[in-house]
Design a protein. Structure first.
Length: 191
């Protein structure tokens, strides 16, 4: 009961703080963006192999908001369900992002950013390292270019380096978890 009350209080405090941060004057500029990364999606399709009964469906979505000119914050969610030789496979990652846009006051052109969050890999419902899974922190550095197409639609090629825990499945090449150098191609819309 105490845990539920504490979580509820933290959620209310976060909502109040978020409302204060987002309470800015509307200038007609796009302050928010939603996107989907195509690279993990295709990585899952490529790693899928019917002969070995392996399949992945990798989704990486992001939300971003301008907080002050040249700077944005956001959140990235990775959800990679699948099957690995008859075993259930589930990768989950949630990271906060911070970006700097040196060439623009808004979310466009060249950017540099950092990600910090949590990720977990579950093999057949187990996250223990000796059973192939893991849980822990992740950190990443990213640089890229957000190319606006019109007023709202954008493409965002990027390159990132992600450091996190790994599992024996990743060492065998059977995992699609983000680790090391990662290319990205986000597409989305700003509003």
């Amino acid at each position: 009961m105490k845990r539920t009350i504490m979580c509820g209080l933290i959620a209310v405090i976060l909502l109040v703080c978020t409302g204060a941060v987002f309470a800015q004057e509307e200038t007609g500029e796009n302050k928010n963006a939603l996107s989907l990364d195509l690279f993990p999606l295709f990585k899952g399709f490529i790693a899928t192999d019917n002969d070995s009964n392996t399949s992945f469906f990798c989704v990486s979505a992001a939300y971003e908001r301008v907080i002050v000119p040249h700077y944005s914050i956001g959140v990235e969610l990775d959800l990679y369900p699948g099957k690995l030789d008859e075993l259930d496979y589930m990768y989950f990652g949630l990271a906060g992002t911070f970006r700097f846009y040196p060439m623009s006051e808004n979310m466009e052109k060249f950017f540099m950013g950092v990600n910090l969050g949590f990720n977990s890999l579950s093999i057949d419902g187990r996250t223990k390292a000796e059973e192939g899974g893991f849980s822990g922190l992740l950190i990443g550095l990213k640089a890229g270019y957000k190319l606006l197409m019109g007023k709202a639609f954008f493409f965002e090629p990027s390159m990132a380096y992600v450091y996190s825990k790994t599992s024996e499945f990743a060492l065998w090449g059977a995992s699609v978890t983000p680790l090391g150098w990662q290319a990205g191609l986000r597409m989305g819309f700003a509003f």
